[in-house]
Design a protein around this ligand. Sequence first.
Ligand SMILES: [Zn+2]
Length: 444
Amino acid sequence: MNESIPARPLPSPADFGFDVEQRLESGGARGTREQPLGRAGVIRTPHGEIRTPAFIPVGTKATVKAMLPETVRALGGQAVLANAYHLFLQPGSDIVDEAGGLGQFMNWDGPTFTDSGGFQVMSLGVGFKKVISMAQHEHASSEVIAKDKERLAHVDEDGVTFKSFLNGDRHRFTPEVSMRIQHQLGADIIFAFDECTTLLNTRVYQEDSVDRTARWAVRCLDEHARLTEERSHRPYQALLGVVQGAQYEDLRRRAARGLAEMTGADATGQRFDGFGIGGALEKSELGTIVGWVSDELPENKPRHLLGISEPDDLFAAVAAGADTFDCVAPSRQARGGTMYSSSGRINAKAATQRRRFEPLDPECDCYTCENYTAAYLHHLFKAKEMLGSTLATIHNERYIVRLVDRIRESIIDDTFLELRDEVLGRVYGLDVAREAGARPVPAG
Ligand SMILES: [Zn+2]
């Protein structure tokens, strides 16, 4: 591990890699191969390493809102994830390309990710959520997608036609278009273009969708291989295939197995460098579903779970074999005044904070908690001062980054169960550790 990246004249898949350092011995699921699925490892990219499990802060439009990139680095962010769809619309992926790629453009010298845009083109405005509760999908129907097609996005065999959320212009994303955009953006880790369904779609629709996503995945591999050769002046970009299949074990396993074995249709024999786990997940099934997928995927490639940051979800997903995570929630909630803490959520605007002349979370080591009081934060929010968003975001991002770093350490020194019981017990105020999924309302 930790070999230095060899100097190469052309970008090469060898410039990217993943090594497992330690397997989760107790507290994690074992797959059909009788191996622990959870692990700590290191992802190597042309812009540095990511020690996993790791939480990746989201900078949708090439900025983690309200934060300097230097601040993201200082709070322990190892990489940032931007969104291909948003940057395609604004400023345009050609501009980011001319700037030297996403990292250079936003003054971030560490590893970068972009997601494919699939989730955004299919979901914006519909209110898709990554994790939903049981009550929201009582009636599975193909009507749901039919309605959304008219309103927002139309999926066909070749790709997706959709309206810009900025100005209503019609655009079309195909696997090839997504690859071209993501090569222009130039992130170290990029994702195949997939169809994102919801738990509301019928089983028949989910089957068709998984098969279509597999056909799109082959096209992504081919276009990625072509662009890698054409753009040999740029560092190697690792392509992750995205596993869909909703809540169905057979579909999830089939999709994961298919992507694990997949090679491009052309002569290069391009394969995926890692895998994303996408789609809506029922909260109580999250660990189970990630476990099915991890069980089918190769051990020596990283697995990214898209759109997750809730503490109980993080523990469940790590135990089931996920390595990296991203989510807008920590920064979005921070801007609304919802603060994470070691004893549950705190509303920074609540009257209880008005005279709290101590750090928001006395156990937190972030810049905000080391230098400012909860009372000051409360004042900034009440006065609608911009600094409130900045200080709150620093805290929430640090809280989640540090939590996942602690999970990593607990895998290495085999204290995962103790950490999980302690953190979840305090955050949710109950002993939820043994009944993953039964999440009480977080403390306000
Ligand atoms: Zn803090």
